[in-house]
Design a protein around this ligand. Structure first.
Ligand code: SF4
Length: 220
């Protein structure tokens, strides 16, 4: 078995392109030559070899600040809404607002928009809002979808596990009235049928700005 492994390592050592030979430690070199001593260890680099022009070009590519798209100036209101959110959150929750999201059977359109507020563009964490995995850590619950019958108990248990004040926001038209799934045999038609809701953000799906504004309004 060891002989087979050794042969494979030797073959890889011969065939693999050596883009950054100076990053391969002496222990790795030893292993490639079949010597078992030091095969499982890494050692610090002694004196890195000078870079070839190709290697230098590769490194400068990763260091360059390439912009894939320009930011839209009209989205300055992200900062305005965010600043208002920050002020309210500091006042009402001391430091941060923790949100638990429950997808109660949506088409995932609403989830994509909710995920977008966490991306580097909207970056909602900078305003003191973060999503948590446990309802026990959540101040606010976001619920999407018309609530499928199979998700009813899970939604109820999540709500019961939350500490007060148990703020609940229903996201999307489906959560409000069933939307495109209205009167399906598999759903309950609204979040309100399972748990009390404080606020509804309409849309199919609502945009990230709608969601941020809705959270702001729901905070009072
Ligand atoms: S409101 Fe629209 S995007 Fe959201 S879950 Fe319903 S169908 Fe999907």
């Amino acid at each position: 078995m060891w002989q087979l492994t050794k042969n494979i390592i030797q073959q890889l050592g011969r065939k693999r392109p050596r883009l950054f030979p100076q990053l391969i430690s002496p222990a790795r070199e030893t292993r490639a030559n079949g010597d078992q001593r030091g095969a499982l260890h890494c050692s610090p680099l002694d004196s890195p070899a000078p870079l070839s022009p190709l290697q230098a070009a590769e490194i400068s590519y990763f260091k360059s600040k390439i912009q894939t798209e320009t930011l839209i100036p009209s989205h300055d209101n992200i900062q305005q809404i965010g600043a208002a959110l920050s002020t309210k959150i500091k006042k009402q929750f001391n430091r941060a607002l923790s949100i638990r999201l429950v997808d109660a059977g949506s088409c995932n359109g609403c989830e994509l928009e909710i995920q977008a507020i966490n991306n580097p563009y909207y970056n909602i964490e900078q305003f003191g809002i973060h999503f948590v995995a446990s309802p026990r850590h959540a101040d606010m619950l976001l619920v999407t979808a018309p609530v499928s019958k199979n998700m009813r108990d899970a939604l109820l248990k999540t709500y019961e596990a939350m500490p007060f004040p148990k703020l609940v926001i229903a996201i999307g038209n489906c959560a409000q009235c069933g939307g495109v799934f209205k009167d399906s045999y598999a759903i309950l038609n609204t979040v309100n049928e399972v748990i009390p809701i404080n606020y509804i953000i309409k849309g199919c799906p609502p945009t990230p700005i709608d969601i941020m504004s809705g959270i702001l309004i729901a905070l009072g």
